[in-house]
Each structure stands twice: as C-alpha cells, then as structure tokens.
Design a protein around this ligand. Structure first.
Ligand code: XUL
Ligand code: MN
Length: 344
C-alpha cells in the first residue's frame, strides 16, 4: 500500500508483445514468476480471468475447477496477496465467436452463462466476491445482425442468473465502446449503471472504469470516475493511457496525457476512493519493442507515476484555484495547473 491506496495487477499485464501484424517478441513467463514480480513491486492483489486460475477450464469438472481454485488461494496466501477480481474470459472460445450473452445462438448463450457461474465458484474459493464483466463480443460487426434492445435484455438475464447463483457475488461491468467489435452495447459507465437498475438486485451490480476505454468513447476518464462514484458504484479501476482514437493501447498510466492522469487522481481523491477499500489496478501492456529484461517496467512505472501524481494532487493549492474559479479566470487556472505539473 502506498499513499493509502491498494494496488492490483493481472497476469495478462506481463505479455509477450504479439500484435495482429506480428508474432511475440518476448518469452512467456510462468504465473509463479509473475507473482514474485507483483509481490516485489508492492502490489497487494492479483486480478484473474477464470482460466488464469484454472487453465483449460472448459474441459474440467466443477469439482476440479474448485480444487484448482483452492490451490491458487493457497499460493496467493503464501505470497501475502489476495484475489481482487475474477472475470470470465468469454471472448476466446469457439462457442462465442458471435457474442456470449447476446449471441444469436442459444447454445452459445448457455455456454456463456454456465462459464460465468463457474467463474463465481472460482471467486468463492478465492474469497473474492467481485466478478468483472468486460463484455467483449456483446456488440456487432454490423448493426443489422442483432437487436439492441433484446441484447440489453439478454445481458440483464445473464447478470440475474449470476446474482441468483451466489448471494455474495457482486458484478462490476467494465464498459468499452469498441474493439474487438465495431460497436459494443455497454460503451460507458452510464450504460453499465443503467443496466444495473434493470437487474434483480441493483445493489450488487456496479462498474469498473478503464482510462483507455473512456478515451476511446471520447470521454474524460475523470468525469466517468466522478459519475460512478456519485452512485457509490466504482468498485475497481483500470488505470492506463491511450493516445487518441485508435486500437486499445493500454499504455503506462500518464504516458500519453499527464494532465488527464492528474485529473483522474483528483477525482479519486475528492471522492475518497481509497477509503472504499477498492483497488487501483493498472491494465497496462509493454510496448512491443520492450526487451525481455524490461518486461514489467510498464507496471512499476505506472505505480510510480500514480504515487507521484497523488502527491501533486494533494499539494495542489485548492484555495488559490477556487479563487480563480470564483473570478472566472480560467486562463490563470489553466496555467496554474500546468505549472503545478511542471513542478518547481
Ligand atoms: C480489455 C480489457 C480486459 C479486461 C479484463 O480491453 O481491458 O483486459 O480488463 O477482462
Ligand atoms: Mn481492463
């Protein structure tokens, strides 16, 4: 814990550098190797996809899945860490080529729900009640292929089944407007929280905001954080950065726009995010050109930048800023922010 915040990271955040135009550039690392890195860097928690905990999950029985989850729990406990979230990886399987909960094929929809319930079981074994849904393929390649209203109803139906499966489970929807789809059905936190209201137990449905996803939606992530926190519904956070409207870059936090990063920290600070007990996670990836020996630097750098920006947020002269606001002197306010970020 640094600056009062708890930090989390996922095994997928140490990646091998493949992109759609070329193969990997770094060797894969084992989970144990990654866990050692996470701990040494001061992370408190690990984020998981279901098959990060139980590889080849589709071929395993419910009992086997729980057994392997218990083994992971022990491994985490031995490292003094905990599981922050578990997310069903619903976008890899041949069953979900055209979507998971919103697929036009009822067998695909059933597969997605069954797998989500297994994810909740894994969470229970890990003592982790927070289930994240990144609704990767719940959208369309072309709009005429699905019915938007029906899709919302199918998502609500799926979430309701998850809520009924385990009364402790909480669902955090991670919105993203595009990629891999042309358009996704739950593009912003406003959409996610509206869906929560349609569910059988709205109190147990909230959100996870990712910087890059907000920028891809043309929104300011600080406003999205403020919005979710006004509802008490920001249950996790994926900080990273994104240089404009292109593929999801997952750059190190603050890498593209330091001021946007600063404003996200200000939003977390004014809303008391740290006090809610929720974690700050960095959903970041190395640049493809990164050498093997630097394959975790993007994560430790993100944490460093975060802690330094917390200091910048706490030392910002709010009184002076408020005076400029009252005087409508936004020119001076703008320069004050710039000079504060530049330091002495
Ligand atoms: C995809 C993304 C995912 C989720 C976890 O853009 O952010 O890594 O965070 O499933
Ligand atoms: Mn994410």
């Amino acid at each position: 814990m640094q600056a009062g915040y708890r930090f989390s990271i996922g095994p997928w955040n140490i990646s091998e550098g493949a992109d759609p135009y070329g193969p990997t550039t770094r060797a894969p690392k084992s989970f144990d190797w990654k866990l050692g890195k996470f701990k040494a860097a001061g992370f408190d928690a690990v984020m998981f996809h279901d098959d990060d905990v139980v590889p080849d999950i589709d071929g395993k029985s419910a009992e086997q899945i729980k057994k392997e989850a218990r083994e992971m729990k022990k491994k985490l406990g031995d490292a003094g860490m905990f599981a922050e979230i578990v997310a069903p990886r619903l976008w890899f399987s041949p069953n979900t080529i055209d979507g998971a909960y919103t697929s036009n094929d009822p067998k695909a929809r059933q597969y997605a729900i069954d797998r989500s319930l297994r994810t909740i079981d894994i969470g229970a074994e890990l003592d982790c009640d927070l289930i994240v849904l990144w609704l990767a393929r719940e959208g369309t390649y072309l709009r005429e292929s699905k019915d938007g209203r029906r899709s919302v109803e199918l998502i609500v139906e799926a979430v309701d089944k998850m809520l009924a499966h385990n009364p402790k489970a909480r669902i955090a929807i991670e919105p993203k407007p595009n990629e891999p789809m042309d358009h996704a059905y739950i593009p912003t936190i406003g959409h996610a929280l509206a869906v929560a209201q349609l569910c059988s137990d709205p109190k147990r449905v909230g959100g996870l905001i990712e910087t890059a996803h907000c920028i891809l939606a043309g929104l300011d992530p600080a406003d999205e954080i403020d919005f979710a926190m006004a509802f008490g519904k920001l249950w996790s956070l994926h900080l990273n950065d994104q240089n404009g409207l292109k593929f999801d870059q997952d750059k190190p936090f603050g890498s593209a726009n330091l001021r946007v990063a600063f404003n996200q920290i200000r939003a977390l600070e004014r809303n008391g995010y740290a006090k809610t007990g929720a974690c700050v996670a960095f959903d970041v990836h190395s640049f493809r050109a990164t050498k093997e020996e630097h394959c975790f630097d993007h994560a430790t750098n993100s944490m460093r930048t975060f802690v330094k920006l917390v200091e910048r947020a706490r030392s910002f002269d709010e009184k002076a800023a408020q005076k400029l606001v009252a005087d409508r002197n936004y020119q001076a306010l703008d320069q004050m922010v710039i000079e504060h970020l530049l330091g002495k």
